[in-house]
Design a protein around this ligand. Structure first.
Ligand SMILES: Cc1ncc(COP(=O)(O)O)c(C=O)c1O
Length: 392
């Protein structure tokens, strides 16, 4: 065993002590830790509101509710993402309208977003080509855009916001993978009307399970605060519920962990950057693979995963399998959302519908990645990758 894992949290005794301290109090939920964590996120992002929730999925779902997205509404989003970014639309019986991505970055292609928004707004035959074969109602309103900051690189948000302004759309920025990233010097997550950062243990910082919503919208914040807490509005007692809500609260142990992790964000991002650099230096020696493409003019990367791409026609899955046999985990990233079985069943998507997404999905492989990886481990992964890819 070489002890190389797909991902690993980066924890110190400060985090352990903070969690243990909560456990010496009776306040395991809804105490001051969540308030302190939220304050720290407000300070980091400059957002007026930060709302701690139990997962990135929960956070995105609350944004969908806050954006007033309802049964049958259309939302333009990306098929090259983790499924949750589309699932939250399905939770409200809304319809994701997929558009294809930029082949270099894997982020939404703003030109296609613009075309889709214009065509869907016009309606009729022009709109139809963007709708799925089934599961969408013709003439349904386009309500929002849901870009995703893929792998820790912000989406091209200036044109996205311009399009939103032009067509009067709400923008939910899925920054679940991008805490700390920047777009033209501005923080990812703060570029739309609502943003969400997620803290699963493979993320830049972790709370175990958990996430944070940020927004500057007073009404949306009040609604989301109520909805995460079983729909209790200000003034409601424990058993009064103004809204149909959820239990999407973040507990105090998780919040304490997140609060301390956040104080270490710069250090954690630097360590992850260093590991990414080690990979980049070695990958240039391996002709079969290409490292991640960063839009260096606009992006300050906050590395989430390290995804390489194989040359077209290369048997990526065979490489992954052989790495696995050497105890090196590696994972295809992402499998296109529109081809997941339940999406095909509902919307009748077919292979070939979003060719760039599908191509990236076939050629991308996430290598083991975390800020606590050593240079020797990166070296071993790359040497093994080189060996295995030469056999193909
Ligand atoms: C792009 C994206 N959106 C949403 C989520 C959902 O976050 P969570 O797993 O915390 O529910 C993730 C998590 O991996 C993600 O990568």
């Amino acid at each position: 065993m070489n002890d190389i894992s797909m991902s690993s949290p980066d924890l110190t005794d400060a985090e352990r002590q903070a969690v243990a301290a909560v456990m010496r109090t009776p306040n395991l939920s809804m105490g001051h830790e969540i308030q302190d964590f939220e304050k720290a996120v407000r300070e980091l992002t400059g957002s007026q509101y930060a709302i701690g929730v139990s997962s990135g999925t929960a956070g995105l779902h609350l944004c969908v509710r806050a954006a007033g997205i309802n049964d049958g509404d259309l939302v333009i989003t990306t098929p090259f993402s983790f499924v949750a970014s589309s699932n939250v639309l399905l939770f409200e019986r809304a319809v994701p309208i997929f558009v294809d991505v930029n082949p270099a970055t894997g982020n939404l292609d703003p030109e296609q977003v613009r075309q889709a928004a214009a065509d869907l707004t016009q309606g009729g035959e022009t709109a139809r080509r963007w709708l799925p074969r089934s599961g969408a109602r013709e003439g349904a309103p386009l309500k929002a855009l849901l870009p995703v900051d893929v792998f820790g690189q912000p989406a091209d948000m200036d044109p996205v916001m311009e399009i939103a302004g032009e067509f009067d759309l709400r923008v939910i920025e899925d920054s679940c993978e991008a805490l700390g990233a920047e777009y033209k010097g501005r923080k990812a997550g703060t570029l739309g009307h609502y943003g969400v950062f997620a803290f699963y243990p493979n993320k830049q910082i972790t709370t175990g399970e958990g996430a944070m919503i940020v927004t500057n919208d007073d009404q949306a914040a009040a609604l989301m605060q109520a909805l995460r807490n079983q729909g209790r509005a200000p003034g409601d007692t424990w058993l009064q519920h103004t809204h149909l809500g959820y239990n999407y609260r973040l507990d105090e142990m998780s919040a304490a962990l997140g609060r301390v992790q956040l104080t270490r964000l710069d250090e954690i991002m630097e360590k992850r950057q260093r590991v990414a650099n080690w990979y980049a230096e070695r990958l240039v020696e391996i002709p079969a693979v290409e490292g991640p493409a960063i839009a260096s003019q606009t992006t300050r990367m906050s590395w989430f995963v390290y995804v390489v791409r194989f040359a077209t026609g290369f048997d990526r899955d065979a490489v992954a399998r052989q790495l696995g046999e050497m105890d090196i985990p590696a994972r295809p990233y992402f499998l296109p959302i529109h081809l997941q079985p339940y999406m095909v069943e509902r919307f009748s998507y077919r292979p070939g519908d979003f060719p760039i997404t599908e191509d990236l999905g076939q050629r991308g492989l996430a290598l083991p990645f975390s800020g606590v990886m050593t240079e020797a481990q990166v070296d071993y992964v790359c040497r093994s990758l080189q060996q295995v890819s030469m056999r193909k």
